[in-house]
Design a protein around this ligand. Structure first.
Ligand SMILES: Cc1ncc(COP(=O)(O)O)c(C=O)c1O
Length: 408
């Protein structure tokens, strides 16, 4: 496997001033909180779920149960982050990448060729509902059944908990994996779900200790108190952003290193010793106590704010400009035309942007293009109006700058 990697070290990007994931506990009133706690303790453990510390470890268990081993292959989406692959590499399996269409749906027409080219038997296929948008995976499910391949549904970008499953998700895979910490203000959380509970027979996780739980409580409280600061403070913001942009546009641009290397080991984001660790009880409680309707409404409002803001911006387009009524978005995916300089400038301005610039090389042109160009913008429920205002101002002002203004 070859890995294309972007190393930002030479750029010296500052730490973003706004958290990309939710961090604030959502209590409406004390009574509401008490009622939720009472309700939470009435809910019993479901035999369909196992709780891991991260989705990547839940994925690892799904891969193992599907039969992945050094003698077999995983089919994974060509657009991915390394944590989707780590557990398969840890099991010693080969990985082949199937192409995606421009809306990040599996390209079923070209899947067969990848399957046929695989040197070892394909045991599992990972299919992702990217950015919270439920995909119709029924054709893929039929194809997997016909070829005796275990379909693993990746709901890591989807609001998926033991108490709420986003419509149209968790209905195709023999195993389903989710990452609650991406939607809830908790330190950890990775879910493995099986529609047939007997498929999880014998899957046990190791509970965390009291010290870890106390740290989880401290984390939740501290992060909840994280001030809703705006980078650079409140002083004349648009003017300061313009000044900084003008300075960036006239200075020589220090670019990161792009490399392509052979790759067979797990990434630094994976720890073999954490594979069986259960998520913190306090994280599971936070998931139970958080009002899902309010979380969805806040994320939808922020997502729509982004859609409006980028509608007439040059050099970019929303990957999914329309948000279906029942979708809880994970992030706002934005395609930009000129990562150099726009991505660099956003990072230099402390804008909280993610992109998957570390990715296995494949024949998929969409993945190759999106690796540098698809930005993931936060739209979570803990963002304040002022933080959204600042991010919209920074993005708009940056993308309105001519890319020719940079000095590579
Ligand atoms: C689509 C997708 N699947 C799986 C994972 C792994 O999830 P986790 O971070 O919970 O390990 C990620 C991580 O970001 C992801 O983006």
């Amino acid at each position: 496997m070859e890995l294309a990697r972007f190393d930002p070290a030479p750029c010296g990007f500052p730490r973003p001033g706004i958290p990309p994931l939710p961090h604030r506990l959502e209590w409406t009133t004390a009574w509401d909180g008490l009622a939720r706690i009472f309700h939470a303790f009435q809910q019993t453990k479901s035999p369909h779920f196992r709780h891991f510390s991260r989705g990547r470890y839940a994925l690892g268990e799904a891969y193992r149960l599907a039969g992945l081993s050094p003698g077999s292959t995983l089919l994974a989406p060509a657009y991915h982050c390394m944590t989707m692959l780590d557990s398969a590499l840890h099991l010693g399996a080969d990985i082949s990448f199937y192409p995606l269409t421009t809306d990040l749906s599996p390209d079923i027409g070209r899947l067969e060729a990848v399957f046929q080219a695989s040197q070892k038997p394909v045991r599992a296929l990972l299919a992702t509902h990217f950015f919270g948008f439920a995909k119709d995976l029924s054709n893929l499910q039929t194809w997997c059944d016909e070829n005796d391949i275990v379909l693993i549904e990746d709901c890591s970008h989807v609001l998926f908990t033991p108490f709420f499953q986003a419509p149209g998700t968790g209905v195709y895979g023999k195993f389903v994996v989710a990452s609650p910490y991406k939607f809830f203000p908790c330190e950890d959380g990775g879910l493995l779900y099986a529609p047939e509970s007997r498929d999880l027979d014998g899957v046990e996780t190791t509970p965390t200790g009291v010290g870890d739980e106390l740290r989880g409580v401290k984390h939740a409280i501290e992060h909840s108190w994280t001030s809703q600061r705006i980078p650079g403070g409140n002083r004349d913001r648009p003017k300061r952003i313009d000044e900084k942009l003008a300075a960036l546009a006239t200075a020589p641009m220090i670019t990161g290193h792009e490399t392509i290397n052979r790759y067979a080991q797990t990434s630094p984001y994976f720890s073999a010793s954490a594979c069986r660790t259960a998520s913190l009880k306090v994280s599971q409680l936070i998931v139970k106590l958080t009002p899902v309707a309010a979380l969805t409404a806040a994320r939808q409002a922020n997502y729509r704010r982004w859609s409006m803001a980028v509608g007439d911006l040059p050099h970019c387009r929303a990957l999914f400009s329309v948000l279906p009524e029942n979708t809880t978005p994970y992030m706002f995916p934005l395609l930009i035309a000129h990562p150099e300089p726009h991505f660099y400038w956003l990072k230099q301005l402390g804008f909280p942007v993610w992109r998957w610039d570390e990715m296995a090389v494949s024949s998929c042109a969409v993945a190759a293009k999106y690796r540098a160009r698809l930005l993931h913008l936060p739209c979570h429920q803990s963002l304040s109006d002022a933080q959204m205002d600042w991010m919209v101002a920074v993005l708009s002002r940056t993308l309105r700058q001519s890319p020719a203004g940079s000095h590579p």
